[in-house]
Every structure is written in C-alpha cells, then in structure tokens.
Design a protein around this ligand. Structure first.
Ligand code: GTP
Ligand code: MG
Length: 176
C-alpha cells in the first residue's frame, strides 16, 4: 500500500531574489540568467517518491515579489502546508524585507490546529561570494522569527536546492 500526500508549498520574497529560478531548477533542472518578473503567481507540480510507502505531490506556488501583488497574498497563502522565504545575499534590502514577508505569512496562514506553518529561510545567490549582511544576523533573525532554519542556496550552481525542500518536507510530514 502506498500513501499519497499533497502539500501546497509557497515560495515568497522580494523581486529578483531567485524564486522562479529555484522552482525551475527544482522541477525542470534548468537555469536561465534572464529575468522575467512573475505576474501574480505561477504554479508547478513535483511528484516524488518519499519512501517505499509514501508518494508526495508538491504544489509549488511561486508568488510574485512585486509590491503591486501584495493585496493578493491572503488568497495565495490559503491552505499552504509549508513555505520557503528567500532573500539575495548580495542585497541587504531583500533580507530586511523578510521581516515584512514573515509577518504577512504569520498573520494570514494558520494550520487547522492553530500551529504555525513551517517556514525555511533561504539565503540565495551564495555563489556571488559577497554577503551584504552578516551570517550571525541571519542566524539570529531565523531563530527570533520562528523559522525551522535557514540555508545558503545557489540556484545557479545547484547548491542545496533539493536539500532545502527535503528539510521542509520532513517538517510537513511530521504535521501531516
Ligand atoms: P519576481 O518574479 O519578480 O518576484 O522575481 P524572482 O524572485 O522570481 O526572480 P527570478 O528567479 O526570476 O531571478 C532573478 C534573477 O536572478 C535572474 O536573472 C536569475 O538568473 C538570477 N538568479 C537566480 N538565482 C541565482 C543564483 O543562485 N545565483 C545568481 N548569481 N543568480 C541567480
Ligand atoms: Mg518570479
């Protein structure tokens, strides 16, 4: 007997941090250096065999970073089981804006049992080497704002992409 799970997973953060790139890398194993802003929200589906007895369907909601779509987030966040919040290590603003993103998530998402929805913080573009913020600051922010953890990623160099999703899946499975 195989059990099937369906999880809605959000990916949010400022424009240009690499959310769409992350989804393309994870689902299609491709990377493009060209930027095209997401309008509203994009969807992708990833099916994976989690264990001998468990199959997962991840419905990835790639939410536009642009401010003009902010009024839609309540609709997008509904019934999400997990979240990836991303910033760009070379842009301090994208990190500081994570406070606003996390508050928006926490105020609009709640699981049936009132538990917080697991959220992981992704420090993307670590291939660029130049950090505009201190890693201790990221660490402190992650703990203070109730993330399950944070991780350096590079979509470009395919670093920690699968790992980040696995960590999130583990948390979602515990709560499923
Ligand atoms: P919005 O849709 O506007 O919210 O932006 P987004 O977060 O979806 O950004 P997108 O994934 O479209 O990527 C923006 C730019 O960053 C593109 O030019 C990507 O090629 C580039 N990019 C994404 N990930 C990385 C990375 O890990 N390293 C580097 N160097 N560039 C990256
Ligand atoms: Mg996008």
């Amino acid at each position: 007997m195989v059990s099937n799970f369906l999880f809605k997973v959000l990916i949010v953060g400022d424009p240009l941090v690499g959310k769409t790139s992350f989804v393309q890398r994870y689902v299609n194993k491709t990377f493009s250096k060209h930027y095209r802003a997401t309008v509203g929200v994009d969807f992708a589906l990833k099916v994976l065999r989690w264990s001998d007895t468990e199959t997962l369907r991840l419905q990835l909601w790639d939410v536009a970073g642009q401010e003009r779509f902010a009024s839609m987030t309540r609709l997008y966040y509904k019934d999400a089981a997990g979240c990836l919040l991303m910033f760009d290590v070379s842009s301090s603003n994208t990190f500081y804006n994570c406070i606003g993103w996390k508050q928006d998530l926490d105020s609009k998402m709640q699981q049936r049992d009132g538990q917080a929805v697991p959220c992981i913080l992704l420090a993307n573009k670590c291939d660029l080497g130049e950090w505009a913020i201190g890693q201790t600051e990221v660490d402190q922010f992650s703990r203070e704002h109730n993330f399950i953890g944070w991780m350096e990623t590079s979509v470009k160099e395919n670093r920690n992409i699968e790992k980040a999703v696995s960590v999130l899946i583990n948390e979602m499975m515990v709560r499923a």
